[in-house]
Design a protein around this ligand. Structure first.
Ligand code: ADP
Length: 283
């Protein structure tokens, strides 16, 4: 087969995954919105793969971190992108000291150690990468590695979790029905105001009054989706803004740099958002 350039690939691989949190780490804070904790727990026990549907920044990653902690399993996260290939997930041959060695990819490591493997935005990945997960989602729970001829049976505790942002994908990029049907789907969305404020307070250390203002503002800006705002403010953006304010940045300035400007370059939309900031904040 073709050898990969050993100088480039290990670094590239490091960017595609991260390990953690460790099973014994502190509980990741997660505020549930419904039955998702008990449903996920059952899926984990019954060896069912799970799909988390919902917009960016609404708590999907945090939920998986929390569930990995509850299930006492290591968590391996892979952020998928449009260059991500099957080899990036499964592994590849590298040349080290004139010898050819096999290096497991993050999915293979997860299968071997019985980790929860979270493929974030899996629809972005190339089709060959999406296809390698199929045999892991049926009753066999195996990962065939073509390049080495290995067929690895998933260690108990292994679980595949993918995320998917329904509104976001290009029409040409969608999960195939044959892939979708392999998952139990949990629907995520931005939390109702009371809960979102609770999250913002917990995550930022901001005063409750600040959090409530930001959540109200976030709700109003989300209303601009009808007027062409492609990306609406996520809970993550509200948390970031609240952190700046909690650390002494004046609220209006914090909103402009952390909330308004990241969302759009369109002068009319920016002006509309700034008006909402001025109308909402009482500083
Ligand atoms: P996603 O994976 O959906 O893009 P994240 O899980 O990274 O989003 O959420 C972004 C941030 O929002 C988190 O780091 C956390 O601070 C906060 N957050 C959102 N929803 C929740 C929740 N239900 N409980 C706790 N924190 C949350």
């Amino acid at each position: 087969g073709i050898m990969e350039n050993p100088l480039i690939k290990p670094a590239a691989l490091e960017n595609t995954h991260q390990d953690g949190p460790h099973p014994q780490a502190e509980e990741p804070y997660y505020l549930p919105f419904g039955d998702e904790v008990s449903i996920f727990t059952q899926c984990h026990r019954r060896h069912l793969a799970v799909m988390l549907k919902g917009p960016t920044g609404c708590g999907k990653t945090r939920f998986v971190e929390h569930m990995a902690w509850r299930m006492k399993r290591p968590l391996i996260i892979v952020s998928c992108h449009d260059d991500l290939t099957a080899a990036d997930l499964v592994g590849r041959f590298l040349i080290r000291d004139n010898a050819t060695i096999w290096q497991d990819g993050p999915l293979t490591r997860a299968v071997r150690v019985g980790a929860i493997c979270y493929l974030d935005e899996v629809v972005e990945a190339r089709q060959d990468a999406v296809v390698v997960i199929h045999p892991l989602t049926d009753y066999r729970r195996v990962l065939p590695i073509d390049k080495t001829g290995e067929l690895i049976e998933a260690t108990p505790g292994f679980q595949l979790v993918i995320s998917y942002n329904p509104g976001y994908q290009h029409v040409t990029k969608d999960l195939k029905p044959s892939t979708r049907q392999r998952f139990v789907a949990l629907d995520f969305d931005f939390p109702p105001p009371e809960r979102e404020a609770e999250i913002v307070i917990h995550e930022s250390g901001a005063q409750p009054a600040v959090a409530y203002d930001l959540v109200a503002l976030g709700g109003r800006i989300r209303g601009l989706a009808d007027r062409g705002l492609a990306e609406v403010p996520s809970t993550r953006l509200l948390v970031a803004t609240a952190r700046l304010i909690a650390n002494g940045i004046p609220p209006r300035l914090a909103c402009h740099v952390a909330l308004v400007s990241p969302l759009s370059d369109d002068p009319a939309l920016v002006a509309a958002m700034r008006d909402l900031v001025d109308a909402t904040l009482l500083d």
